[in-house]
Write a protein that binds this ligand. Structure first.
Ligand code: ADP
Length: 161
């Protein structure tokens, strides 16, 4: 059985992330979405809220699990007995960062393989950061996030504006 991990911040989970998940599960049998508990980035949703939201978005995909993680991705992969990491690539601007992480992870765990899926043209401009900014100032992001995410974002943002 082929298992893979799709790590990221997912703050919030966008249609770009959803596309990567849907395409990944055509290639692997089971996928764990690993929501990073990052301390440096200021977040819209807590890691636990992100897990709950993503689980709801993906409730029709029993082969997808969602959980938080902290520490090294390679340790998470070891603990879950998986050697495939999925990452998405939107543009050349993603490349340097993804390449550096790929090389470091390979050094730490040589039999780890990273699979990069290129964003389709509809999703290549979608980023969690931009979606948050636009939503905060009242812009329409309905095409860029799943409906469940949109609802949750509206609730959180209305409390802060
Ligand atoms: P991170 O903080 O790890 O970059 P993100 O949640 O921003 O976390 O992204 C997680 C992964 O999903 C990364 O590999 C990123 O390149 C990819 N990704 C983000 N947005 C998109 C998108 N619109 N289309 C395809 N891949 C994406």
């Amino acid at each position: 059985m082929k298992t893979a991990v799709y790590p990221g911040s997912f703050d919030p989970f966008t249609n770009g992330h959803l596309d990567i998940v849907e395409r990944s599960i055509r290639v692997v049998d089971s996928l764990t979405i690993a929501v990073l508990k990052n301390t440096s980035k200021k977040s819209l949703f807590s890691p636990e809220e992100r897990v709950e939201i993503i689980q709801e978005v993906l409730k029709d995909y029993p082969q997808v699990k969602v959980q938080t993680f902290e520490g090294l991705l390679v340790d998470f992969c070891r603990a879950h007995n998986t050697r495939i990491v999925i990452r998405g690539l939107r543009a050349v601007s993603d490349f340097d960062y993804e390449h550096a992480i790929f090389l470091m992870n390979r050094k730490l765990l040589p039999d780890l393989e990273t699979m990069f899926l290129m964003a389709g043209s509809d999703n290549s401009f979608i980023s969690s950061t931009i979606v948050k900014e636009v939503a905060y100032f009242g812009g329409n992001i309905a095409d860029q996030v799943p409906a469940i995410v949109l609802e949750r974002m509206k609730k959180v943002i209305s409390k802060h504006v």
